[in-house]
Design a protein around this ligand. Structure first.
Ligand SMILES: NC(=O)c1ccc[n+]([C@@H]2O[C@H](COP(=O)([O-])OP(=O)(O)OC[C@H]3O[C@@H](n4cnc5c(N)ncnc54)[C@H](O)[C@@H]3O)[C@@H](O)[C@H]2O)c1
Length: 324
């Protein structure tokens, strides 16, 4: 079976590509390399440099695929607050091009990279899939809009999809070769590791007055290899059940920013300087997944729930990639 992976040169997409190839799938990658790295794409995959804005690019990459996994997106929360238009164009309008071409070519199965950002300020943690969704930034809203569009394509065209709402992806393939390199980097763990490596002076901790035990934001970190596995499990389920669904993907436990910094100090053996600065607009106190739905429906749960192990894998890659 051949699968189109959009955004397959990015952090999560490159891990999923490798995972799928290891499981015997054929993979066609479509990426415009706006934030991806060509060298992250496994050599066994067919790489198409192209843009979702261009339907011909999508057609070429989707040819002879039976399903798609859609990672390509603009994916920075703070950037989305500054440049909302880009987020609606890329994450909604360009994503619609993919759906239109899928419909045209008769490809009816999609796994979509959604986000915990759809929940906004959750009314409780852990968060269940049916809890209120009031995004507090354009990025989260763009993901929610696309989830809703998928439901209308399900009803109108029988396009079946599973939206996976990841919490915070973390770690790297322990076998090496691929890892997290967003530019600019806004994700906590790689920023912390940059400080450990001397590539940055300090970590900016956004807000110290959250309603959490140490006052810093709490997030649910899930290993990128576990995320990769969740995609293969979700695709199998989708092909068998032919029913659209939405699941949280997390470990069900949260760690604060200060806990992440402390764990990274233990892993790297380096002192990590940080400075508390003001909150970023739209940052909730806590984002922790209720993972009951995916566990009972798909029988999937994260294997690696240890924060230090995730940081260890990220650190090994970070050193090998940036300390050249
Ligand atoms: N990293 C996380 O913690 C996290 C959490 C929740 C959801 N997500 C979602 O998961 C997906 C992957 O995230 P990531 O961290 O790997 O991001 P990433 O930026 O590393 O990967 C996205 C990839 O998409 C490509 N791309 C962007 N726009 C494109 C376009 N118009 N045409 C073709 N390619 C395009 C980029 O070049 C990049 O390689 C995104 O949809 C993101 O919103 C990520």
């Amino acid at each position: 079976m051949k699968i189109l992976v959009t955004g397959g040169a990015g952090y999560i997409g490159s891990h999923v590509t490798k995972y799928l190839l290891d499981k015997g799938y054929k993979v066609s990658v479509l990426d415009n390399l706006s934030n991806g790295r060509r060298e992250f794409v496994d050599k066994r995959a067919k790489f198409h440099k192209g843009d979702l804005a261009n339907k011909d690019d999508i057609k070429k990459a989707l040819k002879s695929c039976q399903a798609a996994m859609h990672f390509a997106a603009s994916a920075s929360v703070p950037d989305s607050v500054k440049n909302p238009g880009e987020y609606f164009v890329n994450n909604v309008s360009n994503g619609l091009n993919l759906l239109e071409v899928m419909w045209e070519l008769g490809v009816n199965y999609l796994i979509f990279s959604s986000s915990a950002g759809v929940y906004g300020n959750p009314i409780r943690v852990p968060i269940k899939e049916d809890d209120p969704k009031i995004p507090t930034h354009p990025y989260g809203l763009s993901k929610l809009m696309f989830e809703e569009i998928l439901e209308w394509y399900n009803r109108a065209y029988d396009l079946k999809s599973i939206s996976l709402r990841y919490f915070c992806a973390a770690g790297a393939d322990p076998r090496g070769g691929i890892g997290e390199d967003h530019r600019p980097e806004t994700h906590l763990i790689p920023v912390v590791l940059d400080v450990a490596l001397g590539r940055r002076d300090h970590v900016e901790v956004f807000g110290g007055d959250f309603d959490t035990p140490d006052g810093t934001g709490v997030r649910d970190f899930v290993h990128v290899m576990d995320i990769a596995e969740s995609h293969a499990v979700a695709l199998k389920h989708l092909l068998e059940e032919k029913q659209s669904e939405i699941f949280n993907v997390g470990i069900g436990k949260g760690y604060s920013v200060l806990e992440v910094i402390k764990a990274a100090e233990e892993v790297t053996g380096k002192k990590i300087k940080f400075k508390k600065v003001g909150r970023r607009p739209g940052d909730p106190d806590k984002l922790v997944a209720d993972v009951g739905k995916i566990r009972s429906a798909l029988g999937w749960e994260a294997k690696n729930k240890d924060l230090k192990d995730m940081i260890e894998d990220a650190w090994e890659w970070h050193k090998s990639y940036f300390q050249k």
